[in-house]
Ligand binder design. Structure first.
Ligand code: PEP
Length: 262
């Protein structure tokens, strides 16, 4: 029996928006979707604000019963202790975060996070009841040398070592060259790699996990290209950076099912 995967549109705000701006964006996004008669049950939405905004976003979402998830952009491998500047998955779980981004290329590049750290953070997330959104992707140099899928496949294999077959995870394929560049992968390129990532999930966690795990594409997703990605069989949603910071644009991306031809 085919398992249907609810699409997930995730907004990675990176180091943008203070807590007041974050609250305003969530509120306006909700209004925009309601005005457009959006079917909230048809697409999951998660926003990933900076740490300092999470408590304010949580308060608004709970008070106004806004059907969005929220999560963090990173977490510590440790539970607590003398780790200045780090944030524990335990604290994020207590705040109501449902997901946490792990191994984003900006963390890999600017904070020297290697596959071992990504694997440890994946374990830390699962330990605290958070769904890890595991980011993998090749640089343009990797692409030239090894093709598109070799690096993301190897990254995912390492991240999934020791993960239980029934653990809920999300995988985000984000070619590094496509992030913030305005030049997205083609839907065909993205599909090819996402299918290989699903094969890795199958080999590591089994058939059920391969059928139920959402694999997202990320990298210059916009309202004008989201529908073309969502038509692909192995792409179950998008991780959106710049396009998630503007109400109208993010609202339109979330409503991709209304775009012509989907
Ligand atoms: C990202 O950083 O995860 C991302 C996909 O960014 P953008 O959408 O701006 O390319």
């Amino acid at each position: 029996m085919a398992v249907s995967r609810t699409p997930l549109i995730a907004g990675n705000w990176k180091m943008n928006l203070d807590h007041l701006q974050a609250v305003a964006l969530v509120q306006k996004l909700h209004w925009s979707l309601k005005d457009a008669d959006h079917d909230f049950a048809s697409v999951d939405v998660t926003v990933f604000p900076p740490f300092t905004d999470i408590r304010s976003v949580q308060t608004l979402i709970e008070a106004d019963k806004i059907p969005f998830g929220f999560g963090a952009q990173d977490l510590s491998v440790h539970d607590s202790g003398a780790y200045t500047g780090e944030v524990s998955g335990a604290f994020l779980g207590k705040l109501g975060c449902s997901q946490v981004i792990i191994g984003h290329s900006e963390r890999r590049e600017y904070h020297a996070e290697d596959d071992a750290v990504v694997a440890a953070k994946t374990q830390a997330a699962l330990k605290h009841g958070l769904v890890p959104v595991i980011c993998v992707g090749e640089t343009s140099e990797d692409l030239e040398r090894h093709g598109a899928s070799a690096v993301p496949v190897a990254q995912l294999e390492k991240a999934l070592e020791g993960v239980a077959s029934d653990a809920e995870i999300v995988v985000a394929y984000e070619p590094v060259w496509a992030i913030g560049s305005g030049q997205a992968a083609t839907p065909e390129q993205a599909q090819e790699v996402c299918a290989k990532l699903r094969d890795v999930i199958r080999a590591s966690l089994g058939d059920d996990a391969a059928a139920s795990t959402r694999v997202l594409y990320g990298g210059s997703v916009k309202s004008s290209n989201i529908a073309s990605f969502m038509r692909e069989p192995d792409i179950d949603g998008a991780l959106v950076g710049g396009g998630s910071l503007k109400v109208d644009e993010f609202s339109s991306i979330i409503r991709f099912q209304k775009h012509v031809g989907v």
